[in-house]
Design a protein. Structure first.
Length: 101
């Protein structure tokens, strides 16, 4: 069963921040290719949503998926959708990034 992909505004902002960082520190081409690869990984979650590790210790229903040892994609999976709730760079505190208010 294919699920709908939903990227939260927070995750979109994190992707934009990553793009800007890569464009500044490397090049626009590298930034574009890297973000395209991340988006490809996200799209793949609609068919295979239970990749990665269950992290119910952080948030109920949370799963984390590593990406190229530099990012961690955090998502919540329901029967209808895969909700991308955060994208953390290496060294970021995932607990703080995803803390529920």
């Amino acid at each position: 069963m294919t699920r709908r992909l939903v990227v939260t505004p927070e995750a979109k902002a994190q992707l934009n921040s990553l793009y800007e960082y890569l464009a500044r520190e490397a090049s626009l081409d590298i930034a574009t290719r890297y973000i395209d690869a991340v988006m490809g990984r996200l799209a793949g979650l609609t068919d295979f949503p239970h990749r990665g590790t269950s992290r119910g210790d952080i948030r109920p229903g949370l799963r984390t998926i590593p990406f190229r040892r530099r990012l961690t994609i955090a998502c919540a999976v329901t029967p209808e959708e895969v909700r991308i709730i955060g994208i953390a760079r290496a060294g970021q505190d995932l607990n703080e990034l995803l803390r529920q208010d």
